[in-house]
Design a protein around this ligand. Structure first.
Ligand SMILES: *Cc1c(COP(=O)(O)O)cnc(C)c1O
Length: 404
């Protein structure tokens, strides 16, 4: 085999589109909740690839599924179906409200399918006047033009020319605003049951139930974007199951593949009927390789052991953050569910979440931000207690550094 070319972080600036600004170090290897960079420096991973690596790095069940399927069949397109896709869809429908599954390659694509399905359903079921899509400020649904426009951060959707229309935003947890805006002309409400990117903001239970009731009243489809909250992240297979508020359409991705790209849209049989042959599709969606990996992830995650373990780890994280805060007074609150946690900075540290992230990386622990004021933690759902302790020791040093 020919020697591989030597590349460094500097290569990025020479060959990559500058839409990202990655860290200085280049990771080369991961195992469980530890990662190593080109210089052999080791990190504890509390970021999990932005809430994706739900079983850590290179979990044996995933590596086995990948190599086994990789030696069998990778891709044939949707001209044919395949066994891993059919098995995964069977497991997803057996464990959720849904009867039908559409496979995509990412969260944005799963949401794009959900939005197109909702519009098609409304057109066929109720006519041309039922088009309005209501979503929430600070919501995040992906970066295709439709999904980013439905997302509630204009900074992400401005500057690309004319946007898809009939999309309106109201504040999260504001049921009165929804009641005022919604009518029989509303087609769908799209929301995260817990806002991730927007700052780890929990929905009130009464709000979620109220949204469902209003949707029922006006014959509106409720779409839950569980791309980040789903697949065990919040301590149940899907977050909606903890609230007892059932959507009509659900989008799932991130943890679904545990690091292999896959997304899915779940819905009922009656609604699914509106995506007839030829109405929507994807070359790679539902390919055997991705589905085989996701099936392996499903088999591990969907167990009492792992899901209860998420809740136990949530308590550990919260205890550590509380202890650190008692000492340094940097957070207003620690919020979120399961292993989707946000430490909101108090007014003394307003806008400085990235400083904490950078200091953490210097101390050897990967964390995330969710907006300028929240440090976010989305580790592996099975991160060992020893790694939590070690990572928090490093995070405490980072906090001490920022406090100065
Ligand atoms: C990450 C995310 C998306 C987008 O997923 P991609 O795989 O990046 O397209 C959509 N919705 C939510 C809630 C997310 O957290």
């Amino acid at each position: 085999m020919a020697d591989k070319m030597h590349v460094t972080r500097a290569t990025f600036d020479d060959v990559m589109v500058p839409n990202y600004n990655p860290a200085k170090m280049v990771p080369v290897k991961g195992e469980g909740s530890r990662v190593w960079d080109q210089d052999g420096r080791e990190y504890v991973d509390f970021a999990g690839g932005i809430a994706v690596n739900c079983l850590g790095h290179c979990h044996p069940a995933m590596v086995n599924a990948l190599t086994e399927q990789g030696n069998k069949l990778w891709h044939l397109s949707n001209v044919f179906t395949n066994e891993p896709a059919l098995r995964l869809a069977s497991k997803l429908t057996a464990s959720t409200f849904a009867d039908r599954v559409y496979f995509a390659n990412s969260g944005a694509e799963a949401n794009e399918a959900a939005l197109k399905l909702a519009r098609r359903w409304a057109l066929e079921q109720h006519g041309e006047d039922k088009q309005q899509i209501i979503a929430f400020t600070k919501g995040f649904h992906g970066r295709t033009f439709f999904t980013v426009t439905v997302g509630g951060q204009p900074a992400y959707s401005d500057g690309f020319g004319p946007k898809p229309g009939a999309i309106e935003h109201i504040p999260y947890n504001d049921l009165a605003a929804l009641e005022k805006l919604m009518s029989d002309k509303t087609c769908a409400v799209m929301m995260e049951p817990l806002q991730g990117e927007g700052g780890v903001i929990e929905a009130d239970k009464a709000f979620l139930q109220g949204v469902r009731d209003l949707c029922d009243k006006h014959n509106v489809l409720l779409i839950f974007d569980e791309v980040q909250t789903g697949f065990g992240r919040t301590g149940s297979l899907y977050c909606y199951q903890q609230y007892g508020v059932v959507p009509d359409i659900l989008a799932t991705a991130k943890s679904l593949g545990g690091g292999f790209p896959i997304g899915a849209m779940l819905t009922t049989k009656a609604i699914a009927e509106h995506l007839k042959p030829g109405t929507h599709g994807s070359t790679y969606g539902g390919n055997p390789l991705a589905c085989a990996v996701a099936e392996a992830v499903f088999d591990v995650v969907n167990s009492d052991d792992v899901l209860n373990g998420v809740k136990a780890r949530e308590q550990l994280f919260k205890q550590h953050l509380q202890r650190i805060n008692d000492k340094y007074q940097v957070f207003d609150e620690v919020r979120g569910k399961g292993l989707l946690l946000g430490a909101a900075l108090n007014s003394d540290y307003e806008g400085r979440a990235r400083d904490f992230l950078n200091a953490a990386a210097e101390e050897g622990v990967m964390v995330l931000v969710a907006g300028p004021n929240v440090v976010r933690f989305t580790p592996s759902l099975i991160i060992p207690e020893a790694d939590i302790d070690a990572g928090m020791e490093r995070f405490e040093k980072a906090v001490a550094k920022v406090v100065g």
